[in-house]
Structure formats: C-alpha cells, structure tokens
Ligand binder design. Sequence first.
Ligand code: FRU
Length: 477
Amino acid sequence: NLYKEKYRPQYHFSPEKNWSNDPNGMVYYQGEYHLFYQYNPADVVWGPMHWGHAVSKDLIHWEHLPIALEPDADLGMIFSGSAVVDKNDTTGFFDGGKGLVAIYTTHLEREESPLQQQAIAYSKDNGRSWTKYEGNPVIENYGVEDFRDPKVFWHQKSEKWVLVIACDDRVRFYNSPDLKEWKYLSEFGSELGSHGGVWECPDLFRLSVENSNQEKWILQVGDQEGGEAGVSTQYFIGYFDGIRFEADEEKSHKVDFGQDLYALQSWSNMPDQRRVWLGWMNNIAYAEDIPTDGWRGMMSIPRELSLRNTKAGLRLIQKPVKELNQLREEFYHQENIFLEDELSISCNSQSYQLKAELEIDDESDFSLSLHKKDDQQSLLNYAGKTNSFSLDLSKTGLVDFNKNYLKEKNINRISSNNILLDIFVDYSSIEIFIDDGEISITDLVFPEKNSNEIKLSVNNSEIKINKLNIFEMNSIW
Ligand code: FRU
C-alpha cells in the first residue's frame, strides 16, 4: 500500500519511507532531472544524513534510485549541497570528457561542537555511482560552527566556478578554476534581511524581468527561525559581479507567505532558458512531529521563476511549471456567473488544481473552503477593504501534533485588479499562487480521508466569477 497512505501526496515527490529534508544536488543531465535530498534511511526522524536520489524525465514523475552518498568515516554526515555538470573537465576527473560533480557539506559530530566543511564527489555514470575526492575537504572550516550548503554555478564572465555558502548570519562567496582549489571572495548579509536564526541553503542566479530585457541577480537564503512558526525564506534582488553581491535594498522579501517552504534550490544546467526550483515542504519547528506514517518530508511542486515590475516594485514571481498540466483531468468548469451566496463542489479526489479569476471591489468579502468535510476545512478568506487574504488552518484536521504548527496568516495583495487564484491541493498540502505568481502560500495540512468538498462563499456583496476551473490531478506513483 505504498503511496496510498492517508496523508501521502499524490503528485509531490516524497521518499518511499523514512525521513527526508532539503532538496540537494539538483542538476539536469543527459535527459534526466536529478533530485537528491537529505535522507535518513534508518528512521522517520532526522539522523545520520545521506543523499537520497531520484530522477525524472519530465520534472513530475520520479524514479527512486539507491542512496547516492553515505556518511564519511573521517568527515562525517553528508549535509546539503549542489551538483554541476563539469562540461570541460575542469576537475580532470573525466579523462577529457564530462560528468557530474557534487559539492556538499560534511558534518562531523565532536564532543565540543560539530565540524562543518565542504567536500566534493564525482560521477561518471549519470549519478548512479559516486567517488569521493581524495583531497576532501576542499574548503576547510575557518572557525565558525555553521558553515554549510554550498551552491555552485559556472560564472561565464570570470570563467570560474562560483560558490555561495551560508555561514552563521551571512553568506560567503568563493571561486575556483577546478572545483578543488577555492578562493574566498567576499561576504554578504550580516546586517541585512531577516535574522531570526542562522542562515541556510542559499541560491544565487540571474533572472529576467518580464516584458523587458532587463536582468537582475537573485540571492535566496533561508532563515532557520525567521518565521513566526519557525523557518522562513527570503530573497534579495541585486547584482553579482563575480566577486561581490550588492543588494538594491537593505530589505529582503519573503519567498512564501505560508510556513512550509524551505531550503529551496534551483536546477542547474536546465535544457531550456527556465529557472526552476522547488523546496522542502516542511518546517523544522515541527517537522519531526508531522503525523505521517512510515515516511516524513515531501517536496513542493517545481516552480518557474521570473521577476515582475509590480506596483510595489520588482518582485520574484513563482509559477507552477507547465509540465504539471499533463496530470490534470478537467472536472469542473464555469464562466461568467454572479455569485451571491455560495457554490459547493464535490470532487472525486483530494488532489486537484483550482484556477479562478474573480472580479471584486472594496466591498467584496469571500471565503474559499478546501479539504472540506463536515465542519473540517482549510479556509482562505479575502477581505476587499484591505485587499488582503488570510489563511485559517485551525479546523483543517489534525492540528495539535505540535504547538508551533498553527499560525494564522495575513497576506496583503500587491495587485488590485481581478483576483487570479491558482491553487494546488494534495492529500496533505496546499500551494496557493495569487495573481499569476506574485504571492505564494505553501502549507501542510492533515485532513481526514475523503475531504473532497470545495465551497466558495460570498459574505458580503456579490462577486463575479469570470472563470473557474477544477482539474483532478492524476497520481505520479
Ligand atoms: C536545512 C539544513 C541545512 C543542512 C541540512 C542538514 O534544513 O539544516 O542547513 O545542511 O538541513 O540536514
């Protein structure tokens, strides 16, 4: 009954069994998207970290592969990191050919404090087997406890590999000609952005601004205690010249307004021009207590990124990747109707996509119930007066497994045009994209089985539904 368990997501990646956290080593190579992930093969809680491994031909259907990297006798556990294609054999590992190189953190438990350093491993057979480099660690610890999660990319202008890594309350940049010898360049962030806890899992890349030929650099980094209920993730917009990152503003922006999206990583070496990432859909404040059975931890859906000039300034835009469309079966369709009271729809399944365009004014006030069954529901409320949403998960099913889980969220819209909703519901999650990717809200929920009702209720003046589509999502398993 694998993948039929009560809370098992049907179109999100999750390991067959036991504990998983961050996505790692995401790289596209020779027709396959690789997804490695923090994995404890022995238990459903965090423990000795390995890199689990899966591959996909379409970003959606995953095939599980054996564990890729196991803890090291000398250097310790395998923490988060990234992977690149060494096209020109800069490492010399590939006899003039090419192959994959993983760059990751090793974590050694010691009596005083743990030791975190950076190491590399390479694969000549499309990630199926890995050899750890005999010269590890390639970056030694420089006297800080938290020194982890290297993300590496090829920087064309300087013709060097660039590495960004989280170190306590900041990130550091290094570069290298060969992935083995690394030179420290600069650091960023100690005085800027959100600092509830240590920084983790950075990513750095260029993005173009929609409808323009402008490009900007995005630095994404997690704050381990940055949210009201634990983790949060933020991004800075700015410029990276190969040595230094300079942010346009001192402030960072939230990547997501829920509480269950963390450790985001984008794929390197994509076969097209897209920048696509996904994150661990969980929160370290309660991750070990979520009530799933035999397995723990899932990934968000992959999201395509861009930048948009919004009314509030430049903002990161996240849109579900188009590959998801292959899973859907149209179940419900409605156009151009006025709604005065309520609309109830009963789905056949608890995994679906709901898309809507709603015409509103300052009097509008509506609620959308998802995962509804009797008085259980996940409730998304909209208030026209403040042009804001709130998400109430207090009646969504099992909520008392950890006191940090329940937090009501208030989210201000940026746009004031028609509301665009694109919502992905799975057995134990909700991902809400508002206004064509301007706002994302990602949350875990634990409803009863067959929580299949959807209800849209208007609490004040009528609203016009320009369009409403519901698609059932087929299982990827
Ligand atoms: C983030 C994190 C990383 C670390 C990994 C260990 O969730 O704490 O910083 O590398 O998890 O599993």
